[in-house]
Design a protein around this ligand. Structure first.
Ligand code: NDP
Length: 401
């Protein structure tokens, strides 16, 4: 029985709080705080209507360490779950250190003025969390998160040695809009327009954004174009599994999405440097976010499925082996359960599961941790019982590319 403070009332925060309320034996008391308290109140109403559980809400600017620390001191949670934006990670970690509370997030820190995310900033908190006897669990979403745990599960149960790892992220959903992103548009567009990077023989290999394309036939979705991208779990997997010779991340995009993105880029709307507009500075990408649909609003119209998984090649009992573990999530079913589409659902459920494992002590440690550092089994079990059942199968051989 533990108190939790969730910060961030977007699609992911909404799903996580609904799922926590459905597990009130673990989450005895939930407070949801965000920049705009009205968004928290709307989620609280939905949680009450769907589960009967009453949660508290609060306003906080999580960029402000003192304000966040004051809120934590008032709520006295055992864990702070950060589902705001990557920009707030360090400020919320600082507030947790100030108040002596454990920390969890789903996306690694990214400075506002540079489209660059890496773990170095958060890994630098290792000694401070350790000295305080606290735990910070980084990246407990789907990717990173489930895809990281999939890798440790494959290593524990299916392969003695992993040689290559490919993470395949397919969203076969259709939201009926000309152009929209499935999670925060600013973060999503910064990620997609960054150069691609993969890990090979101890080195990072960079290529232009969206320049490497392959077709893959995803179960229950069909054949889709997928593009090589950099994604944050590559960095921690390369660190924690030095045996892996090549790690790549692929994401599917439809032609219409890419065409819109190309035009937006060409006209300068994805820039993150300030430009003068009617006497004041604006950031074009932030303005673009303001005119795009909120990801949380897409749930009602989105149909189709997501299919995200890991394919690993390696050796088992001296013989080569290729194994695929994947999860398929239906947008409409996710919406029926929590009022949010599958991209928010597949992130919010693992955030709840990671939080449950920290609160129950099933995952325990002092310092800063990535998901693949813990026993995958309790996490994999909870995926099956909390809405994200997965499958595993042996493939005939490695991917042909
Ligand atoms: P949204 O933009 O929908 O929600 C973010 C929420 O955080 C909003 O409610 C926003 O408030 C709030 N917020 C922003 N800044 C502050 C601040 N300074 N103080 C307090 N609250 C703030 O994003 P999503 O729900 O889609 O994503 C949430 C997080 O999950 C992001 O970090 C995203 O990168 C991550 N993510 C991770 C994935 C994974 O698989 N690991 C996949 C998808 C997302 P307001 O409404 O007022 O703007």
């Amino acid at each position: 029985m533990s108190k939790v403070l969730v910060i961030g009332a977007g699609g992911v925060g909404s799903v996580a709080v609904h799922k926590m309320a459905m597990n009130s034996d673990i989450f005895s008391h939930i407070t949801l705080a965000s920049r705009r308290v009205a968004k928290c109140d709307a989620i609280a109403e939905s949680v009450k209507a769907r589960t009967g559980v009453v949660i508290d809400t609060a306003q906080v600017d999580a960029d402000d360490v003192e304000a966040t620390a004051a809120l934590i001191a008032r709520v006295k949670p055992a864990l702070v779950v950060n589902l705001a934006l990557p920009y707030q990670d360090l400020a919320i970690m600082d507030a947790c250190l100030k108040t002596g509370v454990n920390y969890l997030d789903t996306a690694n820190y990214e400075p506002r003025d540079e489209a660059k995310f890496e773990y170095s900033w958060q890994w630098a908190y290792q000694e401070r969390f350790k000295a305080a006897g606290l735990m910070a669990l980084l990246g407990s979403g789907f990717d990173p998160g489930v895809t990281s745990v999939f890798a440790s599960y494959l290593k524990k149960h299916h392969l003695d040695r992993i040689d290559t790892l490919d993470i395949l992220d397919c969203n076969g959903g259709d939201h009926g809009q000309h152009f929209a992103t499935n999670f925060n548009p600013e973060i999503n567009i910064r990620e997609v327009t960054a150069p691609a990077r993969h890990y090979e023989n101890g080195q990072w290999v960079e290529s232009p954004p969206l320049s490497t394309k392959q077709v893959f036939d995803f179960e229950q979705v069909g054949a889709k174009n997928m593009y090589l991208m950099y994604h944050e779990e590559l960095e921690s997997l390369a660190k924690h599994y030095p045996e892996i010779k090549r790690i790549r991340f692929w994401m599917t995009f439809g032609d219409a999405y890419l065409k819109h993105l190309e035009v937006l880029q060409n006209v300068g709307m994805t820039r993150i440097d300030p430009v003068m507009h009617e006497g004041r500075e604006i950031i074009p990408l932030q303005f673009l976010k303001a005119v795009l649909p909120e990801p949380a609003s897409l749930g009602v119209t989105t149909k189709g499925k997501t299919n995200i998984g890991d394919i690993a090649t390696g050796e088992k009992n001296g013989k080569p082996k290729t194994v695929y573990v994947y999860q398929i999530c239906d947008h409409e079913e996710a919406y029926a359960e929590t009022g949010n589409q599958a991209v928010s659902y597949t992130t919010g459920v693992p955030a709840m599961i990671g939080a449950a494992l920290v609160l129950t002590g099933a995952w325990k440690g002092e310092g800063v941790f990535n998901m693949e550092q813990f026993d995958p089994d309790p996490f994999m079990d909870m995926l099956n019982t909390h809405g994200l059942p997965w499958q595993v199968k042996e493939l005939d051989g490695p991917l042909g590319f």
